[in-house]
Design a protein around this ligand. Structure first.
Ligand SMILES: [Zn+2]
Length: 573
């Protein structure tokens, strides 16, 4: 997703630009209210739920825009790694369950309850470890309506310019349980999803994966069937509108062909081709610099939404209104596409490692600027991100956390720092270990191997600890101290210089006195030298009258008193 920090500046403007027509909205934003249980996604889970794996989901959803309601039949095939006597499935209680069958056997109403948004189903007989079970759950009602998607979640019931339905869902923060019965934590990723979405005549229902068919019902409605491998639970999403379509077949540098699709609103016919023209060069950047597009056997898809954006796997939500930018490309499209590698192919098993999605996702925009125009563009884009770093909480806590505990500053989370500070940590790492090592590490964490090719990798889970191990393995050095300061401390290291006569002494002051032997470039009278900092300090002989600039290319993330003063001024201190 996008950081609310950047976008809050634009939010008022973009809401006006979209001008959600004064839709005859029956359900108010934020209604119906959801429980604390439904609001949380990820975090600690009861062992009996953590033992479950979603082997297959067959999800049939009927969407009724007039009533702003849905009905669903979810057939979940689950395996369990531990003996269980009941199934714990996440589902918003605003969507009452009408019937449940276990392995085809209907259950009595008394066999399930869902007081708080966690559906507990008593199994007809206990299941041993290693067993499989199929639960068919019929449900429906009024799904929660988002207030300001994608920063909160739910349905967005909007209208096109000519008043037709334009509907989207987001669920990264609150989770998949907002509209289907699921395992609402990162490892609840289903191995395979068959999604069937029934919509009124004239509308298209776009989602992730491969379109298996469109069936027309007797009453003119259509059912859109999509099949998708290994989506994040929050990546199962609905996008519904009278979409127009642009498509092409992309010849990858890896030899495969990737179908490209863009679904846009009819009123954006003039603007859509411009964005679609960005798909191929952006994809070539990612495939050149990172590696193969992870879902080439399905598609690269983008779909226009009434919210800003979300990394729905192979059906990225795009709502940036085709805004032009000085860097010459659409940052929102580029950012969400980056999540196909960082978020969808590589998924953090614990939201505590969210920075692997967003730090990398955010870093891809300056890197693309550099790819297109060189170092000056890169530096300008990095500088913009640098101003947004707040250093209020460490990026990584070492605990199992929910999405919101990381994303929301009010809950003590690092919030925007997972984006901007994350990107600057990666910038500093790349400058410290070099491009070859940096991109080798990146490929290993993304694909689980250094030599990815289409067909030799699958979506995987990663963690901060694994990332650090890979940096150490690839460089042959221990960089634990680097991440210990940048990720596990809130405050930045400070580079202090003192000059006495012809002696220049540099010292790192890292939070909590932690070791920080990060080498520094120093420019003395126009000449740049790299200074090793064993023990976090070094002394150079420099003529007393020489002009000295520390880190002249801003290669390192470090404390900036000037920036702190600007931020204090902005806060009105
Ligand atoms: Zn993002």
């Amino acid at each position: 997703m996008e950081s609310a920090i950047r976008t809050s500046l634009l939010l008022a403007a973009s809401l006006t630009a979209f001008a959600f027509p004064a839709a005859a909205s029956q359900v108010k934003p934020g209604e119906p209210p959801i429980t604390a249980q439904t609001k949380l996604s990820g975090g600690e889970r009861p062992p009996e739920q953590a033992a479950l794996t979603l082997e297959h989901v067959d999800l049939a959803i009927e969407v009724r825009p007039e009533e702003e309601q849905i009905s669903g039949i979810a057939t979940l095939t689950l395996s369990t790694a531990a003996p269980i006597e009941r199934l714990l499935i996440d589902l918003d209680k605003n969507l009452p369950v009408r019937a449940i069958a276990i392995d085809g056997q209907p259950l009595d109403d008394s066999a399930w309850s869902n007081p708080e948004g966690q559906l507990a189903i008593r199994l007809p007989q206990p299941l041993p470890a290693g067993a499989r079970v199929t639960a068919k759950i019929s449900y429906g009602g009024t799904p929660h309506v988002a207030v300001r998607a994608p920063w909160d979640d739910g349905f967005v019931w909007a209208k096109t310019a000519d008043g037709r339905p334009w509907i989207a869902t987001t669920s990264e923060g609150y989770g998949c349980d907002l509209f289907w019965p699921c395992l609402d934590f990162p490892k609840g990723e289903p191995k395979l999803v068959d999604l069937h979405v029934t919509v009124p005549k004239g509308l298209k229902a776009i989602s992730g994966g491969v379109l298996k068919g469109v069936d027309t019902l007797a009453d003119g409605r259509t059912t859109w069937s999509w099949q998708q491998k290994s989506p994040n639970p929050y990546s199962v999403a609905l996008q519904i509108a009278p979409y127009e379509e642009l498509s092409a077949s992309y010849a990858s540098r890896f030899g495969n062909r990737i179908p490209l699709f863009f679904w846009y609103l009819p009123e954006k016919k003039d603007k859509a081709p411009g964005l679609f023209a960005e798909f191929a060069p952006t994809l070539d950047f990612f495939e050149s610099v990172i590696g193969p597009y992870p879902f080439g056997d399905e598609k690269l898809g983008v779909v226009e939404t009434p919210h800003l954006g979300m990394e729905h796997q192979t059906a990225n939500a795009y709502g940036n209104d085709y805004k032009k930018a000085p860097e010459g490309f659409d940052w929102l499209f580029q950012h969400e596409l980056s999540h196909e590698w960082f978020g969808n192919q590589l998924t953090a098993a614990n939201w505590d490692d969210y920075w692997l999605h967003e730090g990398y996702g955010e870093y891809m925009q300056p890197l693309y600027g550099r790819w297109r125009e060189g170092e000056a563009r890169y530096a300008a884009m990095m500088e913009e991100q640098r101003r947004r770093i707040t250093n209020k909480a460490p990026i990584v806590s070492g605990k199992v956390r929910t999405e919101e505990q990381v994303y929301e500053e009010s809950l003590g989370g690092p919030s925007g720092d997972i984006y901007y500070k994350g990107a600057w940590v990666l910038h500093t790492l790349r400058n410290t270990i070099g491009d070859a090592a940096f991109f080798d590490v990146t490929r290993r964490i993304v694909y689980g191997r250094p030599d990815p090719k289409p067909g030799n990798f699958a979506p995987r889970y990663g963690s901060t600890d694994e990332y650090i191990r890979l940096v150490n393995q690839v460089t042959g050095k221990d960089y634990g101290w680097f991440f210990d300061v940048y990720l596990r401390e809130a405050a930045l290291p400070d580079l202090v210089q003192t000059r006495t006569g012809n002696q220049l002494t540099l010292s790192w002051r890292a939070p909590n006195g932690k070791p920080f032997p990060l080498p520094v470039e120093v420019e003395v009278d126009g000449k740049i030298q790299r200074v090793e900092m064993p023990g976090g300090t070094a002394t150079l002989t420099v003529p007393a009258a020489a002009h000295v600039v520390l880190d002249p290319w801003a290669k390192l993330l470090r404390r900036s008193p000037a920036l702190e003063a600007v931020q204090a001024q902005t806060r009105g201190e």
